[in-house]
Design a protein around this ligand. Sequence first.
Ligand code: NAD
Ligand code: MG
Length: 330
Amino acid sequence: MKTHQSKNICLAPLKNKRIAILGYGSQGRAQALNLRDSGCKVVVGLRPKSFSFQKAKKEGIKALPIEQALEGSDLVCFLHPDEFQASVYKEYVQAILKKGMTLVFAHGFNITFQKIIPPKFIDVILVAPKGPGPTLRKAYLEKKGLPFLMAIHQDMSGEAKKLSLAFAKAAGCQNAPIFETTFPEETWTDLFGEQTVLCGGVVELMKAAFETLVKAGLSPEAAYFECFHELKFIVDLLHQGGISGMEKVISRTAHYGGMTRGASLIDQRVRKKLEKIFLEVKSGKFTKEWLCENQKGLPVYQKLSSQNLNHPIEVIGRRVRRLMGYERSS
Ligand code: NAD
Ligand code: MG
């Protein structure tokens, strides 16, 4: 993957450009504040009744109804939920597009799966921070920044790459590197990673291991500590020094047990399932299912969320975290 160091990147492509950010949630807020503090001209476009409206104003950001935010904008950034981007594009953005404008995405979902098909006369870029919005803002304020991915879908102006790099630097990459990818690669890896490891696999593994210990008659507190609480310490070690960095710190017993049992747990059957999940992502099957779930009013989403909320690992977790002072009692 080609990489860029932000110290070599010039912010000039953003000079005198009006940046309209649609959404002021996790990414919208962090990127709007970072871009503003980097000297860019930023407006945020929101639905007038949106809760974010007052928040943005309070934080010194110019917040306007979407139509007004788009007026005279050079860059339009889609920083509201992926599942609403196509409807916002059709309702507000499509009609006002002019030559010289750029659409900016933080995730390639709608372009990759052709839910948004922009006209050829504009630029379309991806500038995706590798971390949640609050982490991005914190890293910016600490002058460290986060790594970013960038990609170009359309380069009508011939300036899309310079603009993407400048945008990443101003939005919070600062001293971190920028990696060049493509819209499909970012989209497929992002969806696959969150489903199989980050938000799906890890959570289900913790629940299954916790249930196994509790079913064997062990206390839920002990099971919570071993199967859930300590994950953070291991993840911090992995994040800093990779698998070998983590292995240097843990006991030899943990190292041997982990290598032998881990490999037998994640066996060929699991690997086949990983391939199936990837194919469902790549073919658009997952996307179709998710957009359909939204149209139906999120019945499966709500049912599964409430099952998670009431899972014994959550019940005991809330108690243990309160005792440790992590959560205020409600
Ligand atoms: P979010 O859920 O935090 O966005 C909420 C904001 O969008 C609010 O200001 C809300 O008023 C506005 N909004 C909600 N529905 C809307 C609608 N129908 N029309 C207009 N505005 C609406 O979103 P997010 O998690 O910050 O994600 C934004 C984009 O960034 C997505 O493309 C996502 O994939 C990408 N991304 C997110 C993260 C993350 O950490 N959350 C990380 C990398 C990339
Ligand atoms: Mg994602």
